[in-house]
Ligand binder design. Structure first.
Ligand code: PLP
Length: 472
């Protein structure tokens, strides 16, 4: 390919991206693609001869786009939104072009040092202590895995070298709640802890971990011969964004000498907003904290951050340097030492770009809006007598359901499922559901940077009309 050809196709792609971001709201949020439709449009085998890049762009629009659910859409209210921010996309493009592997400092000093600097900025903006070391992984699930592995390493059982099989080891246990994200359980599976040793501590009316119940479980388990390894508290649970009382949990952990992990994947960034700083209250006492800038901080997927005061311990858990990776530099950090993977993308660039492009004030203003709109939404839902709010809503997520008198308790789940399916089929907005104390809840999460106040309330009007229309 001639360089000028690439230049042309790149310019076409750049125009496409800019126009797509400007017009995302014109697309149906949820793809209407039927199962198999995209696969059928793809040739059954790879081409014998290479094709021009322009043809790939044509097929991207023809084949791929109909099968896209638009996470960038301002009315994407399902799960936790992510934003394809301009600054983040730019960084992704440049990082792809550089194609560096950030495994060792020397394999691109800038990749390591930009990551370190951006993580320092973020840590300070979150109000976390300067002594925390940070490292980027792709997702919170993987950040959590590394935190739990460090917790296991801290026990001094030398599982790293001796493994767990055929040894006289106490059974290790992890403590969380039924509201904890499922990755903690998956991480426990992977680390050989076993699902049965993931103990679900009771929660209060607001879906928060009960520290007294935790204390009791730890005491009883120790007496029964288990070895508590880690307590996983959550700041912003997935279903309702409930915030576990981390300070009180930290006191229990300290007393029982158990590692405290804080999963603040979604809600952590809220701490940048002065009046929401409290969400991370007590997290400075944690042994590990996860924050996902790819959730509520406008960084495109994938970028999750693990902070820990135990840098050396995390390194001890994972560092293994074969001869072909030995280096002569001292005083530098080789990020391959802090995880399972050797090869690492230059993810720090997009975090650095996003933090610079928005600035602290820009982030604060947007997060404030999201929270304010969610509170107003909850107010309107509360004012509609045939609806009910199903959980406290401290941040930008509201869980609720339609509960008209005409429909009996048992039929409400099916009725609310019909509502969400009908709303999602319109392509106007996309909501997801969860289950709270066994009841199906509609869940509306505000977090995309391009969402406007009108998007939130027009969607609420659509839900209202749809719900009432289904029983008329
Ligand atoms: N933790 C919480 C609280 C979450 O809500 C989620 C996902 O929604 C995760 C962890 C997992 O995130 P990831 O997709 O980055 O693994």
């Amino acid at each position: 390919m001639e360089p000028s050809d690439f230049d042309q196709v790149l310019q076409r792609a750049a125009r496409w991206v800019a126009s797509y971001l400007k017009n995302t709201r014109e697309f149906p949020v949820l793809s209407a693609s039927r199962p198999g439709a995209v696969a059928e449009a793809i040739a059954p085998a790879m081409p014998e001869d290479g094709e021009p890049l322009g043809a790939l762009l044509d097929d991207f629009e023809r084949i791929v786009m109909p099968g896209i659910t638009h996470w960038n859409h301002p009315r994407f209210f399902a799960y936790f939104a992510i934003t394809g921010s301009e600054a983040g996309i730019l960084a992704e493009l440049l990082a792809a072009a550089l194609n560096v592997n950030a495994m060792l400092w020397r394999t691109s000093p800038a990749a390591t040092e930009v990551e370190e600097a951006a993580l320092g900025w973020l840590r300070d903006a979150l109000g976390l202590p300067q002594r925390l070391f940070g490292v980027v992984y792709d997702t919170a699930s993987v950040s959590g895995l590394h935190a739990l592995a460090a917790a296991r390493e801290s026990l001094g059982l030398d599982i790293r070298n001796l493994g767990t099989a055929g040894r006289d080891l106490p059974r290790l246990r992890v403590y969380c709640t039924a509201e904890t994200h499922s990755h903690i359980e998956k991480d426990a599976i992977l680390l050989g802890i076993g699902r049965d040793n993931v103990v679900k501590i009771a929660t209060d009316d607001a879906f928060r971990m009960d520290p007294a119940a935790l204390e009791l479980a730890l005491t009883e388990d120790r007496a029964a011969g288990y070895l508590p390894m880690c307590v996983a508290a959550t700041v912003g649970t997935t279903s309702t964004t409930s915030i576990d009382p981390v300070r009180a949990i930290a006191a229990v952990c300290r007393q029982h000498r158990v590692w405290l992990h804080v999963d603040a994947a979604y809600a952590g960034p809220a701490a940048i907003v002065p009046e929401l700083r409290w969400v991370l209250d007590g997290s400075e006492l944690a042994d590990s904290i996860v924050v996902n800038p790819h959730k509520w901080l406008f960084v495109p997927i994938d970028l999750s951050v693990l902070y820990t005061p135990h840098e050396a311990l995390l390194r001890r858990a994972f560092s293994l340097i074969p001869a072909y990776l030995e280096t002569s530099e001292s005083e530098v950090r080789n990020y391959m030492d802090y995880g399972v993977q050797l090869g690492r993308r230059f993810r720090g660039l997009k975090l650095w770009f996003v933090l610079r492009a928005y600035g602290r004030a820009g982030i604060v203003a947007r997060l404030r809006n999201h929270v304010a709109w969610a509170q107003e939404l909850a107010h309107r839902i509360g004012a509609a007598t045939d609806f009910e709010i199903l959980a406290p809503h401290p941040l930008s997520v509201v869980c609720f359901r339609h509960a008209p008198k005409a429909i009996g308790g048992d039929a409400l789940d099916a009725h609310n499922q019909r509502i969400v399916d009908a709303v999602n089929r319109t392509g106007f907005a996309f909501l997801s559901t969860t289950r709270l104390r066994g009841r199906l809840a509609l869940r509306m999460a505000i977090g995309n940077e391009r969402t406007t106040e009108a998007d939130v309330f027009e969607t609420w009007d659509l839900i209202l009309r749809t719900a009432r229309g289904l029983i008329a």
